[in-house]
Design a protein around this ligand. Structure first.
Ligand code: NAD
Length: 268
């Protein structure tokens, strides 16, 4: 079968470099081009020693010259916003991991995907273990009234709580059908100094060098607790999810938001 050809947008960034390495390793896929802003080079040496591919800051030129099946984007939200119409017009499917996109960005992506009959998979978290942690937390939410989240990230992360922790807390309350209960001492009190309270769940944010991205959801009821913990060691943790999305996006026209559908995780 013909390999799936991939262009990486943001190819010299931290995630972009991981994607180039992972695609080179993956059977049935190959990197055919790279896009990076302000680059002086016109080619990128592939990390597996298999040769060089075209590199440019001009996305449209790379897509026209390289005819990829999929554009993988890990850049910045404004760069992604500008790239989506260009790739859609060229009939190129997209896998998007850039964060900071709004719901109107997602609506526009869905419109462009339908108009140009391309697939777009966008996911704020490509770590498959994190997706499963959220799914399992949703299932457990029906049986517990109390829960807290501890999210632990590297000390360069500027936002807190993390987007994943906020999404988890909201999804847990939605699955439960109501907010969780705060401890009696905090009921009706001003916001707690213990952490950010979302849907009755207190989220604690730890920022330390040495960490990548970890999250633990702990539920409590009389005489017992249940913890669901996801840990990551390095950025490679996102690659199985990105590889899955590349394989799936070529078969799925339209917008797919999140990896749950690709993993066949039913609504909890
Ligand atoms: P980074 O700063 O290391 O890399 C971003 C790259 O994009 C840089 O090389 C930058 O030069 C390039 N870029 C920016 N604007 C561009 C443009 N207009 N044209 C071409 N290239 C452009 O950042 P990173 O750590 O690789 O993260 C990238 C994005 O991915 C961020 O939004 C981050 O939050 C997100 N991210 C998502 C996941 C996930 O699972 N979805 C995981 C990690 C990071």
């Amino acid at each position: 079968m013909k390999p799936i050809s991939v262009v990486v947008h943001g190819a010299l960034g931290k995630m972009g470099q991981e994607v180039v390495k992972a695609v080179c390793r993956e059977p049935g896929m190959r990197v055919v081009g790279a896009v990076e802003q302000n680059t002086r080079e016109d080619s990128l040496s592939l990390p597996d020693g298999s040769g060089k591919v075209a590199l440019s800051s001009d996305l449209d030129k790379i897509l026209t010259d390289c005819h990829p099946d999929v554009l993988v984007d890990f850049t910045l939200a404004p760069a992604t916003r500008a790239a989506v119409p260009v790739a859609a017009k060229r009939g190129v499917n997209m896998v998007i991991g850039t964060t900071g996109l709004t719901s109107s960005d997602l609506d526009e992506m869905a419109r462009l995907a339908d108009k140009h009959k391309v697939g777009i998979v966008v996911a704020a978290n490509f770590a498959l273990g994190a997706v499963m942690m959220m799914h399992l937390a949703k299932i457990a939410s029906k049986y517990f009234d109390y829960a807290e989240i501890i999210e632990l990230h590297h000390n360069q992360k500027v936002d807190f709580p993390s987007g994943t922790a906020l999404t988890t807390a909201r999804a847990m309350a939605q699955a439960k059908g109501k907010p969780f209960s705060l401890p009696d001492s905090e009921q009706g009190q001003p916001p707690s100094g213990r952490g950010k309270q979302v849907e009755g769940i207190t989220i604690h944010s730890v920022r330390l060098p040495g960490l990548v991205a970890n999250q633990e959801v702990t539920f409590g009821m009389a005489g017992q607790t249940l913890s669901i913990r996801h840990e990551t060691i390095n950025r490679e943790c996102f690659m199985p999810g990105v590889m899955l999305a590349i394989k799936e996006v070529v078969k799925r026209p339209g917008l797919t938001n999140g990896l749950e559908t690709l993993l066949n995780l039913q609504e909890a």
